[in-house]
Structure formats: C-alpha cells, structure tokens
Design a protein around this ligand. Structure first.
Ligand code: B12
Ligand code: SF4
Length: 491
C-alpha cells in the first residue's frame, strides 16, 4: 500500500514558527514501512519563515486560520492539494489535535475529492477521546484509531489488503457500517517497557528543510503517571531501553551531525535509575551532545542534576503553573512551593538554563491568584518564562468537571469547528474565560500578565546566558547562531 501520513497545517496560517517534526506520526510511518508498505510523512505545518514567534499571541491570529478555509486560492491549501494529488496514496493517515481538527476535516474532504477510493484514517490525541463525535461530523473519514496507533494501523492494513482478521476483532478502532458507528474495545497497553521502532527521519517528505538540530527531537518514554487536572496525557508510562535511545542518538548524530537533542518525554526524570544510566552512557561512550528535557521539580535531586549537567544537559523545562497555592492544589499537580524553589535553586547552582511554564484562566481563579502567579514568576527568576491561557481539552479532569458545572459543552458541531477560534472550542460561553469575572476584566489582566512575561524574557542578560548555554551548538554549526538571531529579531 502507498500511505501518506499528514500533519495538518495550523501555526503556518498564522505566521508562526514551527520546526518540530511530528514524532508520533513518524514512528507510526516507520512501523508501517517496516510492515512492508511505501510511506511518506508530509508535515504541512512546517514553517521556517515566521512573522511572529511569541506563541502567547497565537489567539490574536486565529482569523487568518479560519479565513484560510474560505479562500479559494490559499497557497497552503493548494500545496496540500498538490502534494496529495501527486503522491497517489491508497491511504491517507491524518494526525488530529483538538486545535487543528478543522484542518484535519478539510484534508479528509480534499482527499476524497481527489480520489474517492483512497482510505482516510485519523488518529491522535483528539481522536482518542472524541472518535464518536468526529465520525459523525466528518463523513469523509473511514477509520479512526484510538490511542497508540502502531499495532492497530498494521492490523487494519492487513485487513484491508489481505482480508486477514475481521474488522471488529481489531481493538482500538471506530468505523461506520451502513448507518451505524462501531467502536471496538480500546487496546490494552503493555506495561513497563516500550517497544516501538525509532522514527526514520528520512521518511519526512521535507527532510531537507529541517536543520540538524530540529532532527534531534526524541521521545524516550510514553505517558506520565500524574493526574494534573488540565492535562490529557496517557497515564500508563512505558520506557524505551537506554540502549535503544543511545542507538537513536548515535544514528541521528551520524546522519545529520546533530549536536543538540530535545527529549520531549512528558516527565523525563520519572525513573531516576534509568536517567542515571542514560547520563553515564553518554559520558562513558564520549557522546558529545547537549540536550534538554521536560520534567517536574519533584522528580529530581541534586546528585541527578549534577550528573545530567555533566552529561550535557543544558536546558530544563518545568511546569510551575501558578503562584496561588489554592489553585496549585486544585490542579492536583502534587508539588509544593518549597519543591519549586528548591528546584529553581538547583538549576541555578548547576547553571542549567531553565524555563518555567505558567498558566492563567483556570476555573475558579481570581485576579489575586493571577497576580500571585506574576509575583511568583519574578521571585523564581527563571531564565525563560512562558504563560498560556487555560483551554479545556477533552479527556482532562477539568473538562469533565466543566461539563458537570455547565462551563464546558460536551459536543461540537462541524460548523463550530470551522467558525469558532480554536481557543473557544468546547466552552459553554465562548466569550467568557472565567465565570467569576467579566470578559473585559479577564482581557485586561491577561494583557497585563502577558506583557509582563514578554518584557521579562526580553532581558539582554538572560538572552546572553541562553546563547552561552548553546555555545557548543553554535560552535558545531554557526548557522544555528544566525537562525537564533533571526528568531530574536522577529520576536
Ligand atoms: C511535542 C508536542 C508538541 C510540539 C510538536 C507537535 C508535533 N509536531 O508533533 C509543539 C510544541 C509544536 C506542540 C504544540 C502544541 N501542543 Co503539543 N504536545 C507535544 C507532546 C509533548 C508530545 C507529542 C508526541 O510526540 N507524543 C508521542 C507520540 C508517540 O504520540 P502521538 O503524537 O499522540 O501519536 C500516537 C497516537 O496519538 C497515534 N496517532 C497520532 N497521529 C495519528 C495519525 C493516524 C493516522 C493514526 C492511525 C494514529 C495516530 O499513534 C501515534 C503513535 O502511537 C504532547 C504530549 C504527549 N505526551 O503526547 C503534547 C500534546 C499533543 N500537545 C497538546 C497541545 C494542546 C498543544 C498546543 C495546542 C498547545 C498550545 N496551546 O499552543 C500546540 C498546538 C500544536 C499545533 N501545531 O497546532 C496536547 C493535545 C491535546 C489535544 N486534545 O489536542 C498534548 C496531548 C499535551 C497535553 N498533555 O495536554 N506540541
Ligand atoms: S502536566 Fe505534566 S506532570 Fe501533570 S500529568 Fe501532564 S505530563 Fe504529567
């Protein structure tokens, strides 16, 4: 079978930078290729020429996204159409996040118009939770794969190509039969270790458009056992072996000359023994890279941080979320202010550049809570601080609570997806962020806080510190310095 895997365009319509390659989709494609099929991964959101890179401004640009569906000669949609036409796929596999679900529906329709026999499959975080809704509002999709896709997709292809196994015995699927929708049971995930191929980056259709550092994106585990109320990640955590991670790093380093690796695991330091083994292997085998990871302030200690630094860790990103103890506890983040401050001190002591992620607009939050978040950010003094506005994602605890409290709409129509800005999706009253304050009051404090974060990050000393941390990357390839400088100018 010829299969085109597609990551829909979204950021690109709004002029935002997007250089991430779709790691999950590429893993899936590699697994289908290993199963004997001809595959390619087209990231239709890749954008090297941003006009804005401050993602906290995203919502100001949603009109350009929604208008793109009404523009007959939109260049991005023309490119997607031409790519689908020339690939002549038997199957198109589309990744769906909630925010760009409209793009995915549009591509499904386009694919069927180009070739009505082409099988359209969708998967991704939105499909895992909302398969029933999607199959009703998107008549162009044939199969929806819920949860991790590798095994389900290969079984589905075997069924379509060779007629092996009955469709209703394949777990993790939703599909139509006549006028009825069928859902097979969710697939049980094996516990403990994660045995998936690592993604073959040469399957990326626009491989040449990524820099060596972009291709250093890596996931060493899937899932996170914590239950933060706003998050929708898989709870069953599985780890790849250190051997396989080291092998992937070496291969990427050899093939692309990559110096900086970005470990995108939800919480990289969950299993300290494994992280120690990973760092020791890097040191012992003299693998000279620098790397960054996401983690939690309570999942590390001083000896671990020291070892991570020694093995090349230069950036760490942690979720602080809020400066209000009341809100932090309602989010069930299960960390304390004491742990946050201790974490911040460790990062400083070991000169690891760190980013703190914060969030405002969570149900029940008051103006005082949000002001506390700003003060706490200043007090912690991270090297970079990001603030986002809370959005209810299906599958999260806050979404379920919101449905019960009538703050969240359980369902969306096709019309809603194409006409509402994505930050209003699933809100019972799309114009209201917080039920306890007026829209104008929220807007006023949102602008105040975002501006304060923006000005905080613009500090020249902090930027120099970041450049210093990245010295090995710039030394390896001076073009990276130029790319970061351009990014700074557009900021
Ligand atoms: C890396 C990442 C990003 C990166 C890169 C995204 C990319 N290009 O892939 C960046 C930083 C750009 C990003 C941005 C955003 N992200 Co993000 N991101 C992630 C993160 C941390 C890892 C993604 C990943 O690689 N996962 C691992 C792989 C293996 O899983 P996967 O991609 O889901 O793929 C598997 C299955 O879903 C399925 N599958 C996926 N696609 C398909 C397609 C087909 C055809 C089939 C059959 C199966 C299938 O099979 C895959 C392999 O098993 C996840 C958290 C997470 N743990 O997943 C959040 C996550 C996906 N992001 C999320 C969100 C909300 C966002 C933003 C909207 C944030 C924001 N407010 O701006 C933006 C929007 C991005 C955009 N372009 O529109 C949410 C999505 C929730 C939702 N319902 O949509 C997640 C789940 C975070 C969370 N815990 O809440 N993100
Ligand atoms: S927010 Fe982070 S720590 Fe909390 S459940 Fe999600 S991935 Fe885990």
């Amino acid at each position: 079978m010829r299969i085109l895997f597609l990551y829909p365009p979204f950021y690109r319509f709004m002029g935002f930078y997007n250089r991430y390659f779709p790691y999950g989709l590429l893993t899936l494609a590699t697994s289908a290729r290993n199963h004997g099929h001809i595959v390619s991964v087209y990231n239709a959101d890749l954008n090297n020429a941003p006009v804005d890179i401050n993602v906290s401004n995203l919502a100001d640009h949603y009109d350009s996204y929604l208008n793109s569906f009404r523009e007959e000669n939109n260049t991005v949609w023309k490119e997607v159409e031409n790519t689908i036409t020339s690939f002549q796929a038997d199957m198109i596999g589309i990744q769906v996040y909630t925010d760009f679900a409209a793009s995915a529906f549009h591509i499904a329709e386009m694919s069927k118009k180009i070739d009505s026999k082409c099988v359209v499959v969708m998967g991704g975080p939105h499909i895992t939770v909302k398969a029933d809704e999607v199959i009703k509002i998107c008549s162009d999709v044939d199969y929806l794969i819920k949860g991790e896709g590798e095994q389900t997709l290969n079984e589905l292809i075997d069924h379509l190509v060779y007629g092996t196994s009955k469709i209703d015995t394949i777990n993790g699927l939703a599909f139509r039969k006549g006028n009825k929708v069928f859902n097979t049971p969710n697939r049980d995930l094996a516990r403990g270790s994660l045995d998936v191929p690592f993604p073959d980056r040469s399957l990326l259709m626009n491989e040449k458009h990524y820099s060596s550092e972009d291709l250093g994106l890596l996931m060493t585990a899937r899932g996170c056992p914590f239950k933060c109320t706003f998050c929708v990640t898989e709870r069953n955590t599985r780890f790849r072996t250190v051997d396989s991670v080291i092998e992937e790093i070496k291969e990427v380093q050899k093939r692309y000359g990559t110096k900086q690796f970005t470990l995108k695991d939800d919480t990289f330091t969950l299993n300290k023994k494994r992280v120690r083994e990973f760092c020791e292997r890097l040191i012992f085998e003299r693998i000279r890279i620098v790397w960054e990871c996401n983690t939690r302030v309570d999942s590390m200690d001083e000896p671990l941080i020291k070892l991570m630094k020694k093995s090349g860790c230069i950036f760490i990103k942690v979720g602080i979320e809020t400066g209000s103890e009341r809100i932090l506890s309602s989010m069930q983040k299960k960390i304390t202010f004491k742990q946050i401050k201790e974490g911040a001190n460790l990062f400083k002591k070991y000169k690891i550049h760190w980013t703190g992620y914060f969030m405002i607009g969570v149900p029940g939050e008051t103006r005082e809570d949000m002001e506390k978040t700003l003060s706490f950010m200043y007090e912690l003094n991270p090297d970079f601080a990001y603030v986002g506005v809370y959005q209810p994602y299906p599958g999260s605890q806050l979404f379920r609570d919101g449905v019960a409290n009538l703050l969240v709409n359980k369902k969306m129509s096709r019309h809603d997806f194409f006409n509402m800005p994505p930050n209003q999706y699933y809100k019972a009253n799309p114009t209201i962020q917080l039920d306890i304050m007026s829209e104008t009051e929220f807007k006023e404090i949102e602008i105040k806080i975002k501006t304060a974060f923006y000005n905080y990050n613009k500090n020249i000393f902090r930027l120099l510190k970041m450049a210093l941390a990245k010295f090995p990357v710039y030394f390896n390839n001076p073009r990276n310095l130029l790319a970061d400088f351009k990014k700074y100018l557009s900021y």
